[in-house]
Design a protein around this ligand. Structure first.
Ligand code: AMP
Length: 274
């Protein structure tokens, strides 16, 4: 595995390989969730590129940019063992120029749910993903359903801007007791981890409720709220269709239930597609 830091090094490294490129962009502190994306990329492509870049433009004032977990040595080992060909770890100066053309997320997908409390988060995310997709020349790029809104916006950007890359949606990987893996779980104390289990439990409860025949979104939301509010601070519970429109009744095959809560000082998100 070759580790490269600059764009020039990346372009040179790519010249040494031939075949289809699978790309997995990450912010590092890699876990089994990231690894599942890397494994799928490894299975489906001749060349696998992973990037690690903690993108400052998608963190807003007061968010955890400075304290975001950084584990370069462990990340390197994980990528090497997973058979990654090129690990791209650019610096901020490599990625951004002083005067930047901005990409704006559309109002519906970008400024609701995750975008409500975090305006411009998705603009910054799209800007860097566009750059990384172009730099990697990926044929396929892998993203987790865990960040459902991100995935939808990237898929739209690739379509709108005719970027010649297929976006592959990957399943959410969870710990044994259901907590969706996230680099931010590192912030949780043991007691907070226990409380965070309520998130996946609430999504499970929602699924069971639907399976028992209840499709009224408010009823489902209320049940989830009752469970979650015991031990977390709820930011939102939302039932939307795959286009992120709010819905009144669940439509099987076209519904996502999304949750954002605070457990102590840590903000966690999760979702389920039904
Ligand atoms: P991040 O490093 O948090 O920016 O995540 C990089 C990629 O990994 C994104 O496409 C995420 O959606 C994906 N990802 C993060 N956590 C998980 C998980 N638990 N399961 C599947 N994919 C994940």
């Amino acid at each position: 595995m070759l580790t490269v830091h600059s764009i020039k090094e990346l372009q040179n490294a790519k010249k040494n390989h031939q075949g289809t490129i699978g790309f997995v962009p990450t912010m590092g502190a890699l876990h089994e969730g990231h690894l599942s994306l890397i494994r799928q990329a490894r299975e489906e492509n001749e060349i696998v590129i992973v990037s690690i870049f903690v993108n400052p433009t998608q963190f807003l004032e007061g968010e955890d940019l400075e304290s975001y977990p950084r584990r370069e040595k462990a990340d390197y080992k994980i990528c090497e063992l997973a058979g990654v060909d090129i690990l791209f770890m650019p610096t901020i100066d490599d990625i951004y120029e002083r005067d930047e053309l901005k990409i704006m997320a559309p109002a519906r997908g970008g400024y609701v749910l995750e975008g409500t409390k975090r305006p411009e988060h998705f603009d910054g995310m799209l800007q860097v993903v566009m750059k990384l997709l172009n730099l990697s020349s990926a044929n396929k790029a892998y993203f987790g359903k865990k960040d459902a809104q991100q995935l939808a916006l990237i898929t739209q950007m690739v379509r709108n801007y005719f970027i010649p890359c297929e976006i592959i949606a990957c399943e959410i990987i969870r710990g044994e007791r259901g907590l969706a893996l996230s680099s931010r779980n590192a912030y949780l104390s043991q007691e907070e981890k226990e409380r965070a289990l309520l998130i996946s439990a609430s999504l499970k409860l929602a699924t069971q409720t639907v399976l028992s025949g209840e499709i009224n979104c408010n009823t489902i939301k209320n049940k989830m709220q009752e469970l979650l509010q015991e031990k977390t601070d709820i930011e939102y519970i939302a039932l939307v269709n795959r286009d992120f429109h709010s819905i009144q009744t669940v439509e099987l095959g076209n519904t996502m239930i999304l949750v954002a809560v605070w457990v102590g000082e840590t903000r966690l998100i999760d979702n389920i597609w039904i």
